[in-house]
Design a protein around this ligand. Structure first.
Ligand code: G3P
Ligand code: CA
Length: 268
């Protein structure tokens, strides 16, 4: 365990998603305004091959629609409101801002990356590919093509790419590493028993991303991961106790639904 607590990077999980509808442009703009140093987003492919920031496979929870992201075209998704579920009474509130599809509609990965690229300070993006195995590598290929468009696959000037790719799927990360060896990858971990196997097959520079519950249930896990030479990024860190525990363990990044609160606790 490090003698000095770490000061982790603060990454907004699905945007500032405690107070705003997750994965909307509004949630990300609020996170940026709060000072978030990184943004986390889940990506899925639409039927017509666009990468959109949506967590669930189906549209019911966040867009009140029957159907799947993977069988919908982007144009169909653009008609949906992805924020009403979070504040269903907004239409009855005279003070509430008008609904605006730019801020409450479906968010494409391209629009999110453009927002980050145009921002006036460096912001990192942690892209999580969801169910990538189903498409035989197409998700990673599309992510990689998009990063090329932004010049973030082989960043010039020697600096590291502002983007990293995360997945629970080891196969997906291996593919990503083959396509873009300079883009960091994060092996997400939701069960401690996977660690002994994963540590033998992952690259030396891979980052490891355990859930905060794992670190509570297995007090020595973070130490073991760090002892193998891997940086540790933890999700989803929403309380002061969780944050302080991460700092004691030397965690390098925390992914949180409450970026303003966590930044405040860190005095940033
Ligand atoms: O940051 C990793 C974390 O987001 C993984 O879980 O379900 O929130 O995508 P989930
Ligand atoms: Ca995620």
């Amino acid at each position: 365990m490090p003698s000095v607590p770490s000061v982790p990077q603060v990454v907004a999980h699905r945007g500032a998603s405690e107070e705003n509808a997750e994965h909307t442009l509004l949630a990300y703009v609020k996170a940026l305004d709060a000072g978030a140093e990184g943004l986390e987003c889940d990506v899925r492919l639409t039927a017509d091959g666009h990468l959109v920031c949506v967590h669930d496979r189906d549209l019911r929870r966040t867009a009140a629609k029957r159907g799947l992201v993977s069988t919908s075209n982007l144009e169909e998704l653009e008609e949906l409101d992805f924020a009403a579920w979070k504040n269903p009474w907004a239409d009855l509130d005279d003070e509430a801002p008008e609904r605006d599809r730019t801020y409450d509609g479906v968010l494409t990965l391209r629009k999110l990356l453009e927002t980050v690229a145009d921002y006036d300070r460096r912001v990192e993006v942690a892209i999580e590919t969801k169910h990538p195995t189903r498409y035989g590598g197409l998700v990673e290929k599309r992510v990689c093509e998009m990063l090329h468009d932004f010049g973030w696959v082989e960043p010039t000037g020697g600096g590291p790419s502002p983007v990293r790719v995360m997945s629970f799927s080891h196969t997906a990360l291996q593919r990503m590493e083959r396509l873009a060896p300079k883009v960091p990858v994060v092996q997400l971990l939701d069960k401690a028993q996977y660690w002994p196997l994963l540590r033998r097959v992952m690259g030396p520079d891979w980052i490891v991303g355990p859930g905060i519950e794992l670190l509570t249930e297995h007090p020595r896990l973070a130490e073991r991961i760090a002892g193998s030479g891997h940086d540790v990024h933890v999700w989803t860190v929403n309380t002061e106790a969780e944050l302080r525990r991460c700092q004691e363990l030397g965690v390098r990044a925390v992914i949180t639904d409450r970026p303003a609160y966590v930044l405040g606790l860190l005095g940033k």
